[in-house]
Design a binder for this molecule. Structure first.
Ligand SMILES: Nc1ncnc2c1ncn2[C@@H]1O[C@H](COP(=O)(O)OP(=O)(O)O)[C@@H](O)[C@H]1O
Ligand SMILES: [Mg+2]
Length: 375
C-alpha cells in the first residue's frame, strides 16, 4: 500500500488532473503533474509541474523516480510512454488498458470479443473499406476518427457513399470507424473502481444528456428501469474483469428505442459524468482514483443525495465573467471552476452539482441557475 506523504504522479494537467490533485492533497499525498501546457489547471496547483512532452523520456524518468505511482487523466498519452514509466514506478491503469481505450477500433473490437454489444461498425483504413461498409451497414451512419476525438470532435454524420468518402477525407484519411446511428432512448454511464486484487465499487448509474456532442447534464439516479441499470452494471463489471483492470473505469452506454443496451465507449480515468460523486457520494471518483493507484481498497460509493450535474462551457463567458452569485446564492448548488484562463466556445470551464430531495427539485434549481446565467 502506498500511504500518505508519498508522492503521486499524473500524466495530464486538465480539470480531471486538478480534481485528482485536490483529492490527493486532502488525503496527505504530494502530487507531480506532467503536462506540456504551462497554464494547465492541475499544473497550477500541483507541488511540482513538469512541463514536457508526453514522449520526453528524460521527463518521464524524473516523474517515475519521484513518484510511488503514476496515473493518467488524459486519454491520449502515448501507451509507449506509460510502458516506459512502468520501468520506474507503479502505473495504474496500465499501458495495455490505455491502448484499448484510446483507439475506437481496438475498443469496440475488444468489447465485442468479450461478448458485449456495440453499435454495428466497420473499421475504415482506406477507400475500399468505405465501399464495403456502405454495403453492410444501414444508414444513417457516423464516421468517427479512431483516435484523438473528444466532445463530438472528429465525427461526421453521413448517409451515402459519397458523403462517407468526403467525411473520411475531411478527417484527414486517418483510421476511422463507420458506425450505425442508433435511435437513442437514453444515454447512461457506469463508473467503477477496481483495485489491484479485483475488488470493485460501482457508482449509481447516471443519465447523460449531450448537446452538440458535448456532455451537458448528468442526472442521478437515472430515470431507467432497474433491470436496465443492472444490465449496464453487469456489462461494465465484466469488461473491467476481462481487462484485469486497476483504476477508475467509465463506460458510456446507448439505450436504444428498440430496448438494446450498447457500449459506446470507455474511459480509463475519472469521467465528466462522474463529477456528481464529488458532492453527492460518500467517496468521490477522484479519491477513488487515489485509492486505486495506491493499492488501497475502493471507498464506499453510497449516494448521499439525488443530484444534477451541469457543465459550464466557455460560451457563457461571452460578456465577461458570469455572475456567480446566481449559483452561490443557492444553498444546494456547488460551483466547481477549473481555473482556465481562456474561455473558448465549447471549452469545459467548470460545472455545477445541484443536490435536492429528488431529481425534479434538482432540475428546477438547475434551470433557475441556467436562466440567470443565460445558458
Ligand atoms: N452511433 C451513434 N448513434 C447515436 N448517437 C451517437 C452515436 N455516436 C455518437 N453519438 C452521440 O454523440 C456523442 C459523442 O459521441 P462519442 O462516440 O461518445 O464521442 P466522444 O469521444 O466525442 O464522447 C454521444 O454521446 C451521442 O450523444
Ligand atoms: Mg463519449
Amino acid at each position: 500500500m502506498i500511504l500518505p506523504n508519498a508522492t503521486l504522479g499524473v500524466l495530464g494537467g486538465g480539470q480531471l488532473g486538478r480534481m485528482f490533485t485536490l483529492a490527493a492533497y486532502s488525503m496527505g499525498y504530494r502530487v507531480v503533474v506532467l503536462d506540456p501546457d504551462p497554464h494547465s489547471p492541475a499544473g497550477l496547483i500541483a507541488d511540482q509541474h513538469i512541463k514536457a512532452d508526453y514522449r520526453d523520456h528524460a521527463a518521464l524518468q524524473i516523474l517515475g523516480d519521484e513518484c510511488a505511482a503514476v496515473t493518467t487523466e488524459f486519454e491520449n498519452v502515448p501507451a509507449e510512454s506509460m510502458e516506459y514509466l512502468e520501468k520506474f514506478c507503479a502505473v495504474r491503469p496500465n499501458a495495455e488498458a490505455l491502448r484499448i481505450a484510446q483507439d475506437r477500433i481496438r475498443e469496440k473490437t475488444f468489447v465485442q470479443e468479450h461478448g458485449l454489444a456495440t453499435a454495428a461498425f466497420v473499421a475504415i483504413y482506406e477507400d475500399a473499406d468505405i465501399v464495403a461498409a456502405i454495403e453492410s451497414l444501414n444508414a444513417p451512419l457516423i464516421m468517427k476518427t479512431a483516435s484523438l476525438g473528444y466532445d463530438g470532435k472528429g465525427q461526421v454524420q453521413v448517409n451515402t457513399l459519397a458523403e462517407a468518402r468526403n467525411a473520411f477525407e475531411q478527417l484527414g484519411n486517418a483510421a476511422c470507424v463507420l458506425e450505425e446511428m442508433v435511435e437513442l432512448e437514453h444515454e447512461v454511464s457506469v463508473i467503477l473502481a477496481r483495485s489491484i486484487d479485483g475488488k470493485m465499487s460501482i457508482y449509481p448509474v447516471g443519465e447523460n444528456r449531450h448537446v452538440n456532442g458535448i456532455l451537458d447534464t448528468t442526472i442521478v439516479p437515472a430515470a431507467i428501469e432497474a433491470s436496465v441499470g443492472e444490465a449496464a452494471i453487469d456489462m461494465a463489471t465484466r469488461l473491467a474483469d476481462s481487462m484485469n483492470y486497476c483504476g477508475i473505469l467509465a463506460v458510456e452506454f446507448f439505450c436504444t428505442r428498440q430496448g438494446e443496451l450498447l457500449i459506446n465507449e470507455i474511459a480509463t480515468r475519472p469521467h465528466n459524468s462522474g463529477h456528481y460523486t464529488v458532492d453527492a457520494c460518500a467517496t468521490s471518483q477522484f479519491e477513488q482514483q487515489v485509492r486505486m493507484m495506491c493499492g488501497l481498497p475502493p471507498g464506499d460509493t453510497l449516494m448521499l443525495s439525488p443530484v444534477v450535474m451541469t457543465n459550464l462551457l466557455g460560451d457563457i463567458w461571452k460578456d465577461g465573467e458570469p455572475q456567480w452569485q446566481h449559483v452561490l446564492n443557492e444553498s444546494q448548488a456547488h460551483l466547481h471552476l477549473y481555473g482556465k484562463k481562456n474561455a473558448r466556445p465549447g471549452r469545459k470551464m467548470g460545472h455545477i452539482n445541484c443536490l435536492a430531495v429528488d431529481v425534479e427539485q434538482a432540475l428546477k434549481t438547475t434551470a433557475k441557475i441556467h436562466s440567470a446565467l443565460s445558458i
